[in-house]
Design a protein around this ligand. Structure first.
Ligand code: ADP
Ligand code: AMP
Length: 210
């Protein structure tokens, strides 16, 4: 039995935080297109060079680039019992491309109003290992250092107010229509993302276990 999951929601809604927790509990890999692209930028690869300017502006990286990354990643052995897509699909074109290569079982839509997003993202701190923290709501045990691997935490380049506002605009224009799309397919599970991290997680687990 496979369990294939999509995490939907605006930037900063908690997709990565929850995807990591689900991955840890159930063993399915978390596939974050944002993380894959950021690693490509760091490695200065051709993909990274192409993606960097889009990400810096808070625009979507072109569909054909991202579709290819996901198709390749989903072909790996570790996706055979399930996977958690975090940050993909982000528009209808990507949703259609995904349909060609995989079936989906649950779409978790984490709802957070725009007003809360700027606060969430300007106080987000991340580690290269993939861990995500928040200065108030989910702080690391030692200031500025990752609990998991001990490396220094940093702020993402696109977590500044100007870029955050554009990411929200792009979300409303391009990604939000996916809510109706997956609701019609009967796959949508709506979650109140303003609740505590543990409460949001419990909502997902009861769906997955039920
Ligand atoms: P996304 O992957 O959707 O962009 P993240 O998982 O990185 O979002 O979360 C964005 C920020 O909000 C992080 O700093 C994270 O620690 C924090 N966060 C995530 N979920 C919650 C929550 N339920 N309540 C408060 N803060 C949260
Ligand atoms: P995220 O880490 O999910 O917040 O994504 C950060 C940035 O990476 C986005 O603002 C986009 O520029 C790019 N990105 C991530 N996933 C996708 C995707 N599925 N399609 C297009 N661009 C993406």
């Amino acid at each position: 039995m496979m369990t294939n999951i999509i995490m939907l929601g605006p930037p900063g809604s908690g997709k990565g935080t929850q995807a990591e927790m689900i991955s840890e509990k159930y063993g399915w890999p978390q596939i974050s297109t944002g993380n894959i692209l950021r690693h490509a930028i760091e490695a200065k690869s051709k993909l990274g060079l192409e993606a960097e300017s889009y990400m810096g502006r808070g625009e979507l990286v072109p569909d054909e680039v991202v579709d290819g990354i996901v198709a390749e990643r989903l072909s790996h052995e570790d996706c055979r019992s399930g996977f958690i897509l975090d940050g993909f699909p982000r528009d209808l074109h990507q949703a259609h491309a995904l349909e060609e290569i995989a079936s989906i079982d649950h779409v978790f839509d984490i709802r957070v109003p725009d007003q809360a997003i700027v606060d969430r993202l300007s106080k987000r701190r991340v580690c290269d290992c993939g861990e995500t923290y928040h200065l108030e709501y989910n702080p690391p045990r030692a200031e500025g250092v990752c609990d998991e691997c001990g490396k220094p935490l940093y702020q993402r380049d696109d977590d500044n107010e100007g870029t955050i506002r554009n990411r929200l605009k792009v979300y409303h224009e391009k990604t939000e229509p996916l809510i109706g799309y997956y609701r019609e397919k009967g796959l949508l599970v709506e979650l109140d993302g303003t609740r505590d991290i543990g409460e949001v997680f419990d909502g997902m687990c009861s769906r997955l276990d039920g």
